[in-house]
Ligand binder design. Structure first.
Ligand code: FAD
Length: 285
């Protein structure tokens, strides 16, 4: 199929982008286009105006400041994969990036597009929540910062309004005590995951504290498994796996039944627990 007709504008600056989307009845920002173009072609979305932000300056930087890694919204996955800052200071994101789609998608797709789109089966929204990150959002009344814990509201719904531009995300820079774990199951490498888990924790001697376990592909948005987090903080992996029965309520989809997703989640939890305690490699399929 072909998209319904739309007008196209290329934003020269952030202010110009906000002015353009604020002045239109139904506008969409175009970043990497790896999700938007498909939804246009399938006519799942019929905006009147597309505002291309690819040439807005200043949104493609990765910087380390005040103990946080700031990743500009237009940083492409491939750029992040090559970044020494991400490798050293945001290891969870470094682990997740190779699982996103294929090289052609990672060459165009942007970090901001993934966070803004908020596909419940996507890797980065779960990492963003597991890292307790924050979103920097510019809108008609200025800039605001929204914590990851309150950023996602429901299926493809977030704190972003139709007049906002996500300009960057910030995540705490890893320290010597930071532990991260990532694993997912997909039918083929590069497909959206049937279920996945992004996790962070702080090592305190032999114990783990500040555990955040965030599952993806199991709900309408990334899901924190708080019962499993508490059990894992007590060092009880079996109890953590059992707690998923109440933490998660995955709807079945074209990829897997609800029961299969629950079973996958338990397996992922055990893999990631091993990775967090430093006794395994984690990973995915
Ligand atoms: C074959 C295929 C396989 C894929 N597999 C995966 C996968 O395994 N995992 C995964 O996570 N993703 C996957 N993707 C999707 C890919 O990661 C997209 O790049 C991502 O979802 C959106 O990023 P984008 O930069 O392409 O955004 P776009 O497609 O340009 O935009 C997506 C949406 O976000 C909005 N948006 C974009 N940037 C901003 C911003 N800065 N502020 C506010 N709103 C914004 C747009 O208006 C649009 O509504 C796949 C895509 C394809 C085509």
């Amino acid at each position: 199929m072909k998209p319904a007709p739309f007008a196209y504008e290329r934003a020269r600056s952030l202010d110009h982008a906000i002015e353009l989307i604020s002045g239109a009845e139904d506008a969409r920002l175009l970043a990497g286009g790896q999700s938007l173009i498909a939804t246009l072609n399938m006519r799942l979305s019929r905006p009147q105006l597309i505002v291309d932000i690819n040439r807005v300056p200043g949104l493609d930087r990765i910087t380390l400041r005040d103990g946080k890694v700031e990743i500009g919204a237009l940083v492409r996955y491939a750029q992040a994969e090559r970044s020494a800052e991400i490798a050293a200071h945001a290891p969870l994101i470094a682990k997740a990036l190779p699982f996103i789609g294929h090289p052609a998608i990672r060459n165009r797709g942007t970090i901001g597009g993934s966070i803004a789109f908020g596909d419940p089966a996507a890797e980065l929204p779960a990492c963003f929540l597991a890292l307790n990150g924050e979103a920097v959002i510019a809108g008609p009344s200025g800039t605001r910062v929204v914590k990851a814990d309150t950023f996602y509201k429901g299926l493809f719904e977030s704190a972003l309004t139709p007049r906002d531009v996500l300009t960057a995300i910030r995540v705490p820079a890893a320290t010597g005590e930071t532990r991260t774990g990532f694993a997912e199951f997909a039918r083929r490498h590069g497909d959206y995951a049937m279920a996945g888990l992004a996790a962070t924790a702080r090592a305190a001697g032999k114990a783990l504290t500040d555990i955040r376990l965030v599952f993806f592909g199991v709900g309408t948005m990334p899901v924190r498994a708080r019962g499993a987090e508490a059990a894992l903080a007590n060092g009880d992996v079996e109890a953590a796996a059992k707690a998923l029965a109440t933490d998660l309520n995955p709807p079945g989809d074209v990829q897997a039944t609800s029961a299969a997703k629950r079973q996958l989640a338990r397996v992922l939890l055990k893999r990631v627990a091993t990775e967090l305690t430093g006794t395994g490699l984690g990973g995915g399929s």
